[in-house]
Design a protein around this ligand. Structure first.
Ligand code: PEP
Length: 268
């Protein structure tokens, strides 16, 4: 079955406002001919870039998201950004629980849950990031960790809201400069588990929640990953930060996916 594929990047704390605007206009231009029926493209820049980015970007081509959000609407939370402030920017997407938020800033599953609930109630699409550490993988508890992150992170979400959820599976050991990419077989097995858990939480239809793989995605492994049946998209860091490279990675992946679908159809 042909499905829409998701490609996105988190710019972390790397690009200035002018770098971001330049990147976004190049990316929009390079990818504008690709039908958005088959592609959901999103970029998550720094907060400071979001104001201007939301003015210049056609979000039908590139959806913009925020890297984090507080669960309160306002209050004594110095340095935090509230859902109301993000809504003012005409944003639709917020990322919650990125591995660096969990491991550098020590955010807990309970805090991620408060953020998810607040974001959903304000009408955002939530990209919830989950993933086990290397230590947890070595102890053989990866599956338990993913289940815990999903069950606590998505606790108390009304079933009707599952349409607003995207999940990124990003094993901590696979992310960043020291990351070792997961094999496509390993990623597929974890994505299957995630979809199983989502359907336990929200019913069979929740298998439609897009589950993206992230962690050292690069031009060499992107195609193998995207053709896996339970992988709905790629959440890419370093390999996406030049618009030209990201465009090539997206096109190569879309083509690999199309070829897999055509082969499967021919075998019927
Ligand atoms: C990330 O940090 O979420 C990420 C996927 O980064 P990279 O692709 O650079 O490993």
């Amino acid at each position: 079955m042909n499905k829409k594929l998701y490609f996105g990047t988190n710019l972390k704390m790397y690009k200035t406002i002018s770098d971001t605007l330049d990147y976004l206009s190049k990316l929009a231009n390079l990818t504008k001919d690709i039908s958005r029926d088959s592609l959901e493209l999103f970029v998550i820049p720094s907060y400071t870039s979001l104001v201007k980015a939301s003015e210049i970007v056609d979000q039908n081509l590139i959806k913009l998201g925020a890297q984090n959000m507080n669960w309160e609407d306002q209050g004594q939370f110095t340095g935090e950004i509230s859902p109301i402030m993000l809504k003012e920017l005409n944003l639709d997407l917020v990322m919650i629980g990125h591995s660096e938020r969990r491991h550098v800033f020590r955010e807990s599953d309970i805090e991620e849950n408060k953020k998810v609930l607040a974001a959903l109630s304000h009408g955002f699409t939530v990209l919830l990031c989950i993933g086990e550490t290397l230590e947890e993988k070595k102890f053989g508890v990866s599956e338990e960790v993913l289940r815990r992150q999903l069950k606590i992170g998505l606790h108390d979400i009304p079933v009707a809201r599952f349409h607003q959820l995207w999940i990124a599976y990003e094993p901590v050991w696979a992310i960043g400069v020291n990351g070792i990419p997961a094999t496509s077989e390993y990623a597929e097995s974890m994505h299957r588990l995630i979809k199983e858990c989502l359907s336990e939480l929200f019913g069979e239809e929740a298998k439609q929640i897009p589950v993206l793989y992230g962690g050292s995605v690069n031009p060499e492994n992107a195609e193998d990953l995207i053709v896996q049946p339970s992988i709905d998209g790629l959440f890419t860091g370093r390999s996406a930060w030049q618009a030209e490279d990201f465009n090539l990675l997206i096109r190569g992946s879309l083509l690999a996916y199309q070829n897999r679908i055509s082969k499967a159809d021919a075998c019927k």
